[in-house]
Design a protein around this ligand. Structure first.
Ligand SMILES: Nc1ncnc2c1ncn2[C@@H]1O[C@H](COP(=O)(O)OP(=O)(O)OP(=O)(O)O)[C@@H](O)[C@H]1O
Ligand SMILES: [Mg+2]
Length: 271
């Protein structure tokens, strides 16, 4: 058990080791193709520690693929992924697996196990990756379920709860290991504007308490406006814009203007 596993309450998050340049996560010159299809095209991005960075970009442009590289599920053809000061593909699989435990990931569809109730879904990472007792697990799971407003739903199966509740359950599960980096793949997809707004409130509230490094992939401009400290716009496997949120939303950059306006005319094309 490492020091991180002994943490119980999230308010005592360990300060993440930063890279030499002060970042806890950075991707440099990432290239990746699937067959002849080039998805990552020299993408570089330094994620500011303890901030919420929103990743925007058209469908199929490589946002989910980027997150999979960051968490070590996909290996780059070339380029580097650095987290907590380590090149994650320059270390052994065993060490990479240890690093993965310091990530929380909220997948695009919540990715709950259909055969387990909400409680067991949220408890799953703790049972799998730690040797905590069931009473310690109950303390953490209850805390996290309460935080996302799901304490009354713990016995429900995923097919008995709404889309918004599934996302919140996925979020609670992503948080139980007290991750220093949390990756959200479209936390708002499939939610109505009110549920999106409520989920964004939960994200902001928990970020305020835990101060993790959050990366939020979204198509929803309102989400981006509400939660972002920094905004990156990705197109064709490359970062075409990156900046602090207040600059991004008033930027005259043609990529940003077109994406924010949802305009068909501009530098962002279909391919
Ligand atoms: N494992 C894989 N094998 C082959 N192609 C893949 C694989 N994963 C992703 N792709 C392709 O890479 C491209 C980028 O996919 P990605 O899922 O990153 O898009 P995205 O930006 O997340 O899109 P969306 O906004 O629709 O979720 C797509 O064309 C996709 O089909
Ligand atoms: Mg995606």
């Amino acid at each position: 058990m490492d020091a991180h596993d002994t943490e119980v309450m999230p308010s005592t998050l360990i300060a993440p080791e930063a890279n030499g340049d002060g970042h806890v996560a950075s991707v440099h010159n990432l290239y990746k193709s699937f067959g002849s299809f080039q998805v990552m095209n020299g993408l570089s991005l330094d994620f500011k520690p303890r901030a919420i960075t929103t990743i925007l970009g058209p469908s199929g442009t490589g946002k989910s693929v980027l997150l999979k590289h960051m968490v070590g599920l996909l290996e780059p053809d070339s380029g580097t992924v650095n987290v907590f000061g380590q090149d994650i593909w320059g270390i052994a699989e065993r060490e990479r697996a240890q690093l993965r435990k310091r990530f929380g990931v909220l997948f695009q569809d919540g990715a709950l196990f259909g055969s387990m109730n909400v409680y067991d879904n949220v408890a799953f990472p703790l049972r799998k990756h730690t040797d905590k007792s069931e009473s310690e697990i109950r303390e953490i799971v209850t805390y996290r379920l309460k935080e996302v407003g799901l304490e009354a739903a713990e016995k429900k199966a995923p097919n008995e709860i709404s889309g918004g509740m599934k996302k919140r359950a996925g979020f609670a599960r992503a948080l139980v290991m007290n991750p220093e980096i949390v990756l959200f793949d479209e936390p708002d997809s499939g939610l109505d504007p009110v549920r999106t707004s409520l989920l964004n409130d939960v994200i902001l509230k928990i970020h305020e308490e835990d101060r993790g490094t959050y990366v939020v992939v979204t198509h929803d401009i309102r989400t981006a406006k509400k939660v972002s400290d920094y905004v990156g716009l990705i197109w064709q496997g490359r970062v075409v814009y990156y900046g602090p949120a207040e600059e991004a939303f008033s930027s005259s950059d043609p990529f940003v203007r077109q994406f924010l306006a949802g305009d068909s005319v501009g530098p962002l094309g279909m391919d």
